[in-house]
Design a protein around this ligand. Sequence first.
Ligand code: ZN
Length: 169
Amino acid sequence: MALRKIITSENPILRQKAKKVHRFDPSLQKLVDDMFETMHDANGVGLAAPQIGMSIRIFVAEYEDRRVAVFNPEIVKAEGEALGTEGCLSIPGYAGDNIRRAVKVVVKGQDVRGKSIRLNAEGWFARILQHEIDHLNGILFIDRLDRPEDLRELPPAEDLQEENIALVE
Ligand code: ZN
């Protein structure tokens, strides 16, 4: 495994719509392993491929007992609405408050071998999945702020550099 470099928001790759994965060759397992390792190293709970400079539709996420690597994800059902606070490994030092997300989502996609998968998620895990899928569409949490004052700089001691640092429902 190897750590990959996490790119930050001024990099235009983060603004591109990432491409679908069509070929599921065995080298993808190494990429997934690297993404988990990079995410853990940065104390994150999610990481999308564009954040390591690859504009392809893959993300990894881990929260409590859920650990997923999803290829070509699509939200097929979304229910409810909640406001919450999010951070992003690509926007270090900042958090956004009152970010609106669905409370429950169903996500369809494929696993590392190309097999179809379906995930049901709720609460913080659902928020993480929505944040990561946004990355695949070139969207950052700062785009979802209703008011500019909802973006705040974190004091250095609080700068955990975590993806989705908190959830306030
Ligand atoms: Zn992010």
